[in-house]
Design a protein around this ligand. Structure first.
Ligand SMILES: Nc1ncnc2c1ncn2[C@@H]1O[C@H](COP(=O)(O)OP(=O)(O)OP(=O)(O)O)[C@@H](O)[C@H]1O
Length: 262
């Protein structure tokens, strides 16, 4: 049983509701926007897997489908063998998601935020683990600070902590280091790498390709909603003769190489 399994996933965002003039003119319905087109791949337990693609390629849409926040138009997705639609609770329990957007409740302290998140997963006495996560993310001194008094980078650390409160076996990070300082990046990657060594499966999206090259064992590339490459980092580099992942990424996106995805 794989950690993540996507089979023939397509996502079409429906068009906004038709304007009156369109209804009266009898023009055919607009067809909507296809964000994902027949995407299939699996991520095995213990992998550190990179999902790359330019802006708008469909990465966040794919993550939203895995997290049960968006419904695929076609295809199926599983987390640790649980279907994300019919077994939503089990699938969600198996997953920790660090979202791209910083969203927080300004009325709570860091610790209260994490206790609340624990409560969503039915965990009442979770303070020992919360302390461990806070320490590992360099946040323990801020445990009783109100969320609104944190810097942007600190808030992002809390997002990571929130994703980990229920000790999920699979962790998805959607551009976790966008706009954060070198210090947080190092702290974060040390911690995430340790979690991966301890057996957690990691799926990472990032636009920092040197980060992906250093961390990820396998990489998938999306372009306009389609999977155009999927292999180990070394094999992708070998395939295009690129000297680094950034070079390889550009060549794949420009279609200079044969599409390699299964
Ligand atoms: N709710 C929505 N309604 C309509 N279109 C959407 C919606 N969400 C995303 N899209 C569109 O789907 C496409 C894929 O968006 P998505 O956010 O998945 O891309 P991404 O690869 O995560 O991009 P980025 O690197 O900029 O975060 C984009 O063209 C986007 O405009």
């Amino acid at each position: 049983m794989s950690a993540l399994k996507l089979q023939n996933i397509s996502k079409i965002y429906s068009p906004r509701s038709r304007r009156l003039s369109e209804l009266l003119s009898g023009r055919p319905r607009r067809s909507g926007f296809q964000a994902l087109d027949d995407v299939s791949f699996t991520v095995e337990h213990g992998e550190f897997f990179g999902l790359l693609g330019p802006n708008g390629a469909g990465k966040t849409t794919l993550i939203s489908i895995l997290a049960g926040l968006a419904r695929a138009t076609r295809g199926t997705a599983q987390v640790c063998g649980y279907d994300v639609v019919s077994q939503f609770r089990e699938a969600r329990q198996s997953l920790g998601v660090v979202p791209q957007e910083i969203v927080y409740d300004p009325f709570f302290t860091v610790r209260e935020t994490l206790r609340l998140q624990s409560g969503y997963f039915g965990l009442r006495r979770n303070d020992d683990w919360i302390d461990e996560v806070l320490t590992n993310l360099g946040l323990i001194d801020k445990a009783d600070t109100n969320m609104r008094a944190l810097s942007g980078g600190m808030k992002r650390r809390v997002l990571v902590a929130q994703a980990l409160v229920h000790r999920p076996p699979v962790i998805i990070l959607d551009e976790p280091t966008a706009g954060v300082d070198v210090d947080l990046r190092r702290t974060l990657w040390e911690f995430i790498s340790r979690l991966n060594k301890d057996g957690h499966t990691i799926l990472l999206t990032t636009h920092y390709l040197e980060e992906a090259e250093a961390l990820c064992g396998r990489i998938a590339m999306l372009k306009q909603g389609r999977l155009i490459a999927l292999d180990t980092t070394e094999a992708l580099l070998a395939q295009v003769g690129g000297h680094d992942l950034e070079d390889a990424f550009v060549r794949f996106m420009q279609g200079e190489v044969l599409e390699s995805a299964a």
